[in-house]
Design a protein around this ligand. Structure first.
Ligand SMILES: [Zn+2]
Length: 251
């Protein structure tokens, strides 16, 4: 991975727009998943965050201002999932729109019966198929305050999921991974959590995971990076599949 980044173009970008040391230290401090990384992985993440800021357009809206430290923090969160995959996994889209706070999506939603609803629920984030990622900055700043939550990783997981079509909890798997095993592991974990929910038990992750297979994958991805010990303890098979997919071993 790092070798692939060592071409002249990358070096030029990184040399021209390096992330200043104090901003980088601040981002490491505020982005919990980075603290488990060794020095070489942190260095790779810093290069990826630099390139992310070069290639993507961060667009604060509704009067929100993002300073350099904010931008570096956002890019750092965003690059955690692709640390071992590469920035190519975020190809095909350009913008990250950032609202000051939770927002109501403006576009109408079409349900399974083809009925169009105007959504009235507040969202912390949203990812469109070939379009932008949309985030609430208040929720980005809340990352880590609620254990296991990370809205940036959540939306980026949807982006990875949508690389092979609709968001359905089935991202493009690597050659050595078994699609049947992935499906079996995620559906049996889903069934177990549904049962626990029906029985009024506390779930080991945000119950929003049970909205759909896509949300299950996104919430499990948040857990994998933000609270890996918890995920590994409660859903070890899901943890192992995510280890293979993200090629990282956070616990
Ligand atoms: Zn989601």
């Amino acid at each position: 991975m790092f070798n692939r980044l060592r071409n002249w173009r990358v070096q030029r970008i990184v040399a021209r727009r390096p992330i200043a040391e104090p901003l980088w230290r601040d981002a490491l401090q505020r982005c919990a998943p980075t603290r488990r990384l060794g020095a070489s992985d942190q260095a790779t993440l810093r290069v990826l965050a630099t390139l992310f800021l070069e290639r993507k357009s961060l667009e604060p809206t509704q009067g929100l201002q993002l300073d350099d430290a904010d931008r570096v923090l956002l890019a750092t969160h965003a690059c955690v999932p692709i640390l071992k995959l590469g920035l190519d996994w975020y190809d095909g889209w350009h913008s990250v729109i950032v609202y000051p706070d939770a927002f109501i999506p403006r576009r109408p939603k079409v349900d399974a019966a083809g009925v169009v609803h105007q959504s009235d629920s507040l969202l912390a984030g949203e990812a469109w198929g070939r379009g932008p990622v949309i985030l609430s900055w208040a929720d980005v700043l809340n990352t880590g305050r609620k254990p296991g939550h990370n809205v940036v990783i959540h939306e980026m997981a949807h982006k990875l999921d949508m690389l092979n079509g609709d968001a359905n909890g089935f991202p493009p798997l690597h050659r050595r991974m078994d699609r049947r095993v992935w499906t079996r592991v995620f559906s049996s974990a889903w069934d177990r959590l549904k049962d626990e929910q029906r029985n009024g038990l506390d779930l080991p992750m945000d119950p929003y995971a049970l909205e759909s297979p896509a949300e299950f994958f996104a919430v499990a991805s948040e857990q994998f990076f933000e609270a890996p010990a918890n995920l590994r303890q409660h859903l070890p098979d899901v943890y192992r599949q995510l280890e293979q997919f993200y090629r990282q071993h956070p616990f």
